[in-house]
Design a protein around this ligand. Structure first.
Ligand code: BDR
Ligand code: CA
Length: 316
């Protein structure tokens, strides 16, 4: 466990968030998951929080602490939600009420405390709107010294958005937070739609899981099946896959700036990569552009198998 990367996942589960969490839990020798912090996004905060804990219960990993964060974006009283995950956020799959409890500390304070207590700092993986992360950076100005790297899902640098013609969901919901994070000076790996639109599974993947006689596989297969029909992309798992096997991805150094405001352009990620467009600016992230989708599917399969080998999903 000594080489495992100390990691916090900040998320809004969300089916693809759930798959990302399971992928991390299937690779605990590589990813030391110190906490899951929740934010409003795909569904309201009360649901993202319950869903994160339902996923931990499903994986039999009730030792990971879960913290509630912000219930709405910085500048708007209510954030936009996503219909891709169903009204409950997990594709309507029948999962029991969570046994894992919520910790009393606010996510912003938990991120700060855990990062400071970790020698060498943490890797922070935001895979929902960036509200918690941005406010943690504002509240604790020297927190950035305790964050090794931010590996995030957000943006659409070289193509259209998914929630508006210009913007990707996570950045559109809280563009101000996205801009604070992108300007933080912390090393950032940015997984936007440019790469996550390539992260497609074979339809047989979820069908095979759903047909299994293992309850864990069945549940994951049903979740993926419900999600695939609305959004076929494994956005958030790309972030975790990169921590496990960066050789699956290619990236380019870029300066990414976020468009603010309230209209369809809010949260648009404007990327500059060439010397001509960068001008005096310096790159503020590595913008990931390509994934080996077959390799990603193999890694996901192996991660789920590793969870099952650890005893998850077998009848008591
Ligand atoms: C992002 O939006 C959410 O719906 C997904 O969970 C992912 O984080 C993709 O745009
Ligand atoms: Ca998400």
């Amino acid at each position: 466990m000594t080489d495992a990367v100390p990691t916090i996942i900040d998320c809004d589960p969300g089916v693809d968030d759930a798959i990302a969490i399971l992928m991390a839990l299937g690779n605990r020798s590589m990813i030391d998951l110190r906490a899951i912090t929740c934010v409003a996004g795909n569904v309201p905060l009360s649901r993202t929080s319950a869903n994160a804990r339902r996923v931990l219960d499903l994986a039999g990993c009730t030792d990971v602490p879960v913290f509630d964060g912000c219930a709405h974006p910085i500048m708007t009283p209510e954030g936009r939600t996503s219909s891709a995950h169903g009204s409950d956020g997990l594709g309507g799959v029948d999962l029991p009420e969570p046994v894992t409890t919520i910790q009393p500390e606010h996510a912003i304070d938990a991120i700060n405390r855990i990062a400071r207590d970790t020698p060498g700092g943490i890797v922070l993986c935001p895979i929902g709107p960036m509200t918690n992360v941005a406010l943690a950076l504002l509240r604790y100005p020297d927190l950035k010294e305790h964050i090794r790297q931010i590996v995030l899902m957000g943006g659409a640098c070289f193509g259209p958005g998914n929630i508006t013609p210009f913007a990707e969901f996570n950045f559109h919901v809280d563009p101000h937070a996205a801009q604070i994070v992108m300007n933080s000076g912390i090393p950032i790996m940015l997984f936007g739609l440019d790469v996550t639109r390539q992260a497609l599974l074979n339809r047989s993947f979820s069908l095979d899981l759903a047909a299994s006689d293992n309850l864990f596989y069945q549940t994951v297969g049903q979740m993926l099946g419900a999600y695939e029909s609305r959004d076929p992309c494994l956005h958030d798992p790309c972030v975790i896959a990169w921590l496990i096997d960066p050789s699956l991805f290619q990236s380019v150094a870029a300066h990414v700036e976020i468009t603010l405001g309230k209209d369809d352009a809010a949260g648009q990620s404007v990327a500059r990569t060439s010397a001509k467009h960068l001008g005096e600016r310096h790159p503020n992230c590595e913008c990931v552009t390509h994934v080996d989708a077959v390799g990603l599917e193999t890694l996901l399969k192996r991660s789920l198998e590793q969870l099952v080998q650890s005893g998850v999903g077998r009848p008591d």
